[in-house]
Design a protein around this ligand. Structure first.
Ligand SMILES: Nc1nc2c(ncn2[C@@H]2O[C@H](COP(=O)(O)OP(=O)(O)OP(=O)(O)O)[C@@H](O)[C@H]2O)c(=O)[nH]1
Ligand SMILES: [Mg+2]
Length: 473
């Protein structure tokens, strides 16, 4: 191994980037039995420790190439026959010297090997510490570190795709040019301040300043709007099924889930508590919630059920309002509809296998799709229903890949802070305040955007983000 051959001390090569100088160790594969478990060491002593543990001859190994070895404990006792690979800094996950030992997948072996590494001077890695070092050494920005956690936790293909897009630098790519524009406006403003002492002519007229700030706010607004779609891949969406008693809500739930989840009977008021099931639709994890029929119940249990139904509807991303299409709608339907009318909803005309008596015209919400006919009994129309739900909740496939939507509240807070600062700048220009005020607001906006990608990242923020990772990430 020539360039970057594992030597006794990493410092000989100038050492890795930032870091507290410690070498950390942790398994990076899940605990439990399996074919293989990986133990990762990262830091200035990663190579000497791994070389001692595995007994491989540093002159005979190449970087990023697996070598066979025998892992031994402190007293020379054999722990496992294994493979070891060396990633010299800075071309490693953390940007530091990294050694990885491929052990057989037995937690006892992994623990003994990790203990051996600690005996040689490594310390156990804290949750998220590998990723934190990668961030600190400039291997990824903060949104990419978050994306890595999201990718690992993704429950659907769509969630994985959105996380991958973000991991490839999506948000940073969108935010960096925006921040660049904010900074260039700031530079002009600051130059105008310096200039104005000896010249009368500002570099930017107030119209030009206003125009540039408005353009920036429009971009910031588009970024914020992407959250409504982006976060659903991560957090999923809740879809409530509501309507009066006996219209077939529970049977619709069962039909979509493909299992007899809820009790279905011809007795009105069958469902008293709400119950839910999960499906994945257009890449979004959907939580479908069947609720108690909306009506003035006398029975205290049912009344509590109805109260809970209302809560679910109030917080749902979408409500499916169900009508029984085989009978004319009555006052109860209209009253129940009022509870969902100003929330996002779709109107379903169920029991299409029976002769139709209701067309649902009165229930068409403003600007909404028409009513959706279906039969929970035969399954007819369920495909159309699922497409309508997907249209309502899922972003266009192309949009995910094109725009890398904001996926976390932290992102939204940072971008909103930038927007508020730009709004203040707009007002300051409008009120003909001095350039110092305008510049200070624009500076706040630049700072908020830098916080998003982690160019400016207070320790508490980093602690909060990385401590949510598992050990080994
Ligand atoms: N023919 C026909 N019957 C249906 C259909 N959907 C539901 N039903 C029947 O309508 C009755 C009520 O169905 P549920 O699913 O229990 O209705 P619900 O809205 O959950 O009623 P509550 O829980 O009492 O509020 C049952 O007898 C179902 O078999 C359908 O599409 N066609
Ligand atoms: Mg029911």
């Amino acid at each position: 191994m020539d360039e970057g051959r594992p030597r006794a001390r990493a410092e000989e090569r100038g050492g890795p980037g930032k870091g507290d100088g410690t070498t950390i160790v942790a398994p990076i594969t899940p605990a439990g039995a399996g074919a293989v478990s990986l133990l990762r060491l990262s830091g200035p002593e990663a190579f000497p420790i791994a070389l001692r543990m595995t007994g491989v001859d540093s002159s005979r190994v190449s970087p990023r190439t697996l070598s066979r070895c025998t892992v031994r404990g402190g007293k020379g006792e054999e722990i496992d026959s294994a493979l070891v690979v060396f990633f010299p800094a800075p071309s490693s996950f953390t940007g530091e010297d990294v050694a990885e030992i491929h052990l057989h997948g037995n937690p006892v072996l992994v623990e003994r090997a990790a203990a051996a590494a600690c005996d040689l001077g490594a310390s156990p890695a804290a949750p998220g510490e590998f990723s934190r070092r990668a961030f600190q050494n400039g291997k990824m920005d903060l949104t990419q570190a978050e994306a890595l956690a999201d990718l690992i936790a993704a429950r659907t293909t769509g969630a994985a795709r959105a996380a991958l897009r973000q991991l490839k630098g999506g948000i940073g790519e969108a935010i960096s040019p925006l921040r660049g524009q904010v900074v260039s406006l700031l530079t002009l403003l600051e130059a105008s301040i310096d200039f104005s002492e000896d010249e009368d002519v500002p570099l930017l007229s107030s119209e030009q300043t206003l125009e540039r700030v408005s353009e920036l706010r429009a971009q910031v607004g588009r970024c914020l709007a992407s959250y409504a779609r982006g976060h659903r891949y991560r957090d999923g969406a809740t879809v409530a099924i509501a309507g009066v008693a006996n219209v077939g809500k529970s049977r619709i739930l069962n039909r979509i889930l493909g299992e007899e989840r809820a009790i279905v009977t011809e007795v009105p008021g069958t469902t008293r508590d709400y119950l839910s099931g999960e499906v994945s639709l257009a890449g979004i994890p959907l939580r479908l919630v069947d609720t108690a029929g909306l009506r003035d119940a006398l029975d205290p249990v049912e009344r509590e059920g109805v109260r809970r139904s209302r809560e679910i509807i109030a917080s749902a991303d979408l409500t499916l309002f169900v009508l029984d299409g085989s009978r004319p709608a009555h006052g109860g339907d209209l009253e129940a509809y009022r509870e969902v009318a100003d929330r996002p909803h779709l109107v379903l005309l169920n029991k299409r296998d029976l002769p139709a008596a209701e067309e649902g015209g009165r229930f068409r919400g403003p600007g909404r799709n028409g009513t959706i006919p279906l039969s929970a009994a035969t399954g007819e129309g369920v495909g159309g229903l699922l497409r309508a739900i997907a249209r309502d909740l899922a972003p266009e496939e192309d949009a995910i890949m094109a725009e890398a939507p904001l996926t976390r509240l932290r992102h939204v807070e940072a971008v909103r802070k930038a927007d508020v600062a730009l709004e203040r700048a707009q007002e300051a220009v409008g009120n003909a305040l001095s350039l110092e005020f305008i510049a200070s607001d624009v500076r706040d906006a630049a700072q908020a955007l830098a916080e998003l990608t982690g160019e400016i990242a207070p320790e508490e923020v980093l602690d909060a983000i990385f401590s949510a990772f598992c050990i080994g990430k």
